[in-house]
Design a protein around this ligand. Structure first.
Ligand code: FAD
Ligand code: NAI
Length: 468
């Protein structure tokens, strides 16, 4: 029987990053993955493929709507969805190949098959042909991720009623796409198809889109997406979805009017969140506890209720984000080998890859109000930025929330061009506990979108914005 220092179950951004860090720290590592392809949700059916399609559809949208203004005239413009999907597949393949290379480079043993805990130190792995192999280990890291959540009354047939996974491989552009859930997946994948010509209707249970983010961002994004043709119905609770031929009928309760309503489309995307995935993992064999939402319970060192068994990423509490899973993967590797790692969960940024992009870190204004923190606000719009005018990306703003007394930055909320990349500056600033004035006094290259962040910091510092 093969023996390892650590066996990691699941090869997503949590698992594979943990494996590499463990190997770097001298451990003998095995990575167990039930699919043939490494990289988990993120690389195969999540972050990477969705961004590939977002980029392709954005190019098409610009060619159709914005090129003319730049003096570029095109005739016979046509979107080739098949080509977009095959390019996306090739981006995924290149990325997965990169992980295969990293596993070899770090001498990590990859075992393909469904892993389950037989006991604290024995993992059994069942491969695609049903053959079971057992391996021994000193420690275990569970990184089995998540799967799309279901909804009572909705059967996902994977043809007309789909999840994000199917939305990444559609054969045609829907004419009327009904999206259940105005969160990240619904808005990103809704954007892909809206840009390619679908009419997109979003049914959201709450009274705003991206409800966990600062309300200013939700309002701005709603305006931009409406320009793209999105329609929103808030306070709508979906009760059933039925399919007849090519028609999908979605029934919902309009909570504002207390009335039953009905919508028809040709596709329905169910995107109401994701749930921890622990199926067939054998948690009961070792006594690992889960919470009321089926997530594995962990302590402050990400150790489960069983000593020597850790859990990371989407399968535990917290934001379901690839970079959060990565942080936890590194944390566990370092903790297991005697280091003293630290994760500041407040400073894990959140991004929505719509256009304009939405990005945020730290406290929202609503949280500061609820926590009775005295704060000040500095805000600056992209329409006052020369760089944004040059690229015709004038929607959006950056809002900086700083402590009223100390000026320390408490939250940064961005919506605008390339904010997904720009939020990293705010993370660095907040990790070093910068004040708004610290950023306001630092040179930012001109002309760039980053000047908008500086101007928002100037605005937070005694209302000193220059260009407005
Ligand atoms: P996963 O990536 O889910 O990996 C878990 C792996 O474990 C899977 O490969 C699974 O097959 C394997 N597994 C499960 N059980 C077993 C078992 N018993 N034995 C063996 N293997 C097993 N996050 C971002 O930060 N940015 C984004 O832009 C972004 N975009 C997304 C877009 C979409 C459409 C979706 C669905 C998600 C997106 N996410 C994004 C979320 C991100 O994908 C997840 O947060 C991330 O993948 C979680 O990583 P993980 O390692 O915890 O789990
Ligand atoms: P989500 O949690 O972002 O959004 C789900 C939305 O559905 C919420 O607004 C919720 O109020 C709504 N909802 C719930 N039940 C409903 C009902 N019955 N009827 C109508 N609306 C309902 O979940 P989503 O979009 O499915 O994404 C899952 C996870 O994947 C997210 O938590 C996110 O972390 C991750 N992800 C991250 C991305 C990124 O970082 N850019 C991109 C895509 C996904």
């Amino acid at each position: 029987m093969q023996e390892f220092d650590v066996v990691i179950i699941g090869s997503g951004p949590g698992g594979y990053v943990c494996a590499i860090r463990c190997a770097q720290l001298g451990m003998k590592v095995a990575l167990v993955e039930k699919y043939d392809s490494l990289g988990g949700t993120c690389l195969n059916v999540g972050c990477i493929p969705s961004k590939a399609l977002l980029d392709s559809s954005e190019h098409y949208h610009n060619a159709e709507h914005n090129f003319k203004e730049h003096g570029i005239n095109i005739t016979g413009l046509k979107a080739d969805l098949g080509k977009m999907i095959s390019r996306k597949d090739s981006v995924v393949k290149q990325t997965v190949d990169g992980i295969n290379f990293l596993m070899k480079k770090n001498k990590i043993t990859v075992i393909n098959g469904h892993g389950s805990l037989k006991d604290k130190s024995t993992i059994s792995v069942k491969d695609g042909k049903g053959k079971v192999t057992e391996i021994k280990t000193k420690k275990v890291v569970i990184a089995t991720g998540s799967k799309p959540s279901g909804l009572t009354g909705v059967t996902v047939d994977k043809k007309r009623v789909i999840t994000s996974t199917e939305a990444l491989t559609l054969k045609e552009v829907p004419s009327d796409l009904i999206v259940i859930g105005g969160g990240v997946i619904g808005l990103e994948l809704g954007s892909v198809y809206a840009r390619l010509g679908s009419k997109v209707l979003v049914l959201e249970y709450l009274d705003s889109i991206i409800p966990q983010m600062d309300k200013t961002l939700a309002k701005e994004l709603e305006k931009s997406l409406k320009k793209l043709g999105f329609e929103f119905k808030f306070r709508h609770a979906v009760s059933s979805v039925s399919v007849k031929g090519k028609t999908v009928t979605v029934k919902a309760k309009d909570l504002s009017k207390d009335a039953e309503v009905e919508f028809k489309g040709d596709y329905c995307l169910l995107s109401v969140g994701r749930s921890a995935y622990t199926e067939g993992l054998g948690l009961e064999n070792v006594g690992i506890k889960t919470d009321e939402r089926g997530r594995i319970e962990v302590d402050e060192h990400l150790q489960t209720s069983v000593e020597g068994i850790y859990a990371i990423g989407d399968v535990i509490k917290g934001a379901m984000l690839a970079h959060k899973a990565e942080e936890e993967g590194m944390f566990v590797a370092e903790w297991m080998t005697g280091q003293k790692p630290h994760i500041n969960y407040l400073l894990i940024p959140g991004v929505v890859y719509t256009w304009p992009e939405v990005a945020a870190v730290g406290y929202t204004e609503e949280e500061l109000k609820n926590n009775k923190v005295k704060y000040k606000v500095g805000s600056f719009p992209f329409k006052a930025s020369g760089r944004a005018r040059a690229s015709m990306d004038t929607d959006g703003l950056i809002k900086v929330l700083a402590d009223a007394e100390t000026d320390e930055i408490l939250g940064v909320h961005m919506i605008g061009p390339r904010t997904a990349d720009m939020i990293a500056e705010a993370v660095v600033a907040m990790e070093f506990r910068a004040s708004a004035e610290d950023i306001a006094r630092m040179s930012h290259p001109h002309p760039t979108y980053t000047e908008v962040f500086r101007e928002a910091c100037l605005a937070a510092t005694e209302n000193r914005a220059i260009h407005i």
